[in-house]
Design a protein around this ligand. Sequence first.
Ligand code: NA7
Length: 317
Amino acid sequence: INNPMSSAGTQIEETLLTARAAAKTVIPTPSRIGFLGLGIMGQGMVMNLLRSGHEVTVWNRTALKCREFVKAGALKGNNPAEVIQNCDITFSCVADSTAVKDLVFGNSGVLQGITKGKCFVEMSTIDEETMQDVGEAIMARGGVFLESPVVGSRVPALEGQLVILAAGERKLYDDCFSCFEAIGKKSLYLGADVGQATRMKLIINMVMGSVVACLSEGMAMAEKVGLDQEDVAEVFSIGALSCPTIIHKSQAILNQKYDPHFPLVHQQKDLRLALLLGDKVEQPLYVAAAANELYKKARRLGYGDSDIAAVYRAASA
Ligand code: NA7
């Protein structure tokens, strides 16, 4: 009944349908684009690259996830090295630092495909040291490197409304113009210093994780003191706290709908990484540290693959 392959297939078909609904005019670069990682974020980004007329070669660890994208016009690479060899600019968006290291330094990995002038753009949210190691390794082989984590979750990825944060080689940032146009509503170049974009992304996600954790505690307390959670959500939606995160996550809590827009396990990773960054620069992070504990508890309760709104389960346990 619970065949993960067939459920992956259904989710991807839904992704394709939603992505088709978005419309944008982009003049695609003639460069051949590679994309490694067809998770929640990669799926939306690749569809928007294809829709805007880019030539895209995809690869994913679980190869089955490539199928719908090939049907939609993508080419398929057999491994990361082959994608790099066949493309001019290759993007990567995978789970975490371990995944990035496997992908870049592993057998038939990115590094093996890098030759002089090959361009690699790392979009995953990882620790700055790994990002810098990857950048140095790419450049040591004559490649060109840009880090570009993105702000936004499943729906902004599908609708081409991400915010792209970039640092590294300026020319590569410029060469990515049509790709960033296709996947995002805004891109920012934060300088040549690789790590700056990651730092910005971690701060944004640290604040978001703390906000959603606090919302969960508020909703849990509302129930304990006999308030109707629907009333609380309504007051949020009309007051000064009315913003997409509070509105969508309070609705998710009300409806107990935790299908992943932003997997909880990734939110906890980002809090953990933000805490490490705070440690380095002696910045106290009391609120984020407490929020991190709540997400850890939610993971322990089995909600790692659910949406971050499931942190409510830990708050209300
Ligand atoms: P998902 O939906 O959890 O997808 C994770 C992706 O990472 C998916 O394509 C995985 O492949 C891939 N992955 C995980 N581990 C590995 C290893 N070891 N090697 C290669 N590929 C791997 O994440 P999102 O799309 O929501 O997020 C991606 C990033 O953007 C993340 O850093 C977020 O914080 C922001 P699979 O399909 O499981 O074979």
